[in-house]
Design a protein around this ligand. Structure first.
Ligand code: DQA
Length: 149
């Protein structure tokens, strides 16, 4: 069985393509999901790629990942900067987490410089657009391969 990685997206990311293209590019979330699916296939990973605008739903998905998957790639969107609950859910999952942002949040408004997730993440990738998601998947594939070698 292939290792399963959850790829989770928070609020407003369903609007990608239409939403602030100067900031987030022209790709839609479906494009990003397809890129992740192709990358996962090439790397021998299984993924579940999801987006929600409801914080409790995201928390439920994180909880359900515990014991079932090998890691979480998450772009928590604006909840990055506001949600202790999402941070706590990620800790409770006991899974390795990679935080991804399309934009370089450190180049933007000061309120985007604080992340409740970064300090519990294995790593953070920001500012590289959708490459960040694929790089995160590659990292998980490398780590899992090293572990099984
Ligand atoms: C984002 C950055 C967040 O600050 C913002 O609220 C988003 C998208 C990104 O991918 O660059 O919704 O997570």
């Amino acid at each position: 069985m292939k290792p399963l990685i959850l790829v989770l997206n928070g609020p407003n990311l369903n609007m990608l393509g239409a939403r602030e293209p100067a900031q987030y590019g022209c790709e839609t979330l479906a494009d990003i999901g397809q890129g992740c699916a192709d990358t996962a296939q090439a790397l021998g990973l299984e993924i579940e790629f999801r987006q929600t605008n409801h914080e409790g739903e995201l928390i439920d998905w994180i909880h359900a990942g515990r014991g079932r998957c090998a890691g979480i790639v998450i772009n928590p969107g604006a909840w990055t900067h506001t949600s202790v609950a999402i941070r706590d859910a990620l800790v409770a999952s006991e899974l390795p987490v990679i935080e991804v942002h399309l934009s370089n949040v450190h180049k933007r408004e000061p309120f985007r410089h604080l992340s409740f997730v970064s300090s519990i993440a294995v790593g953070v990738i920001c500012g590289l657009g959708s490459h960040g998601y694929r790089m995160a998947l590659k990292h998980f594939a490398d780590i899992l391969q090293e572990r099984s070698a």
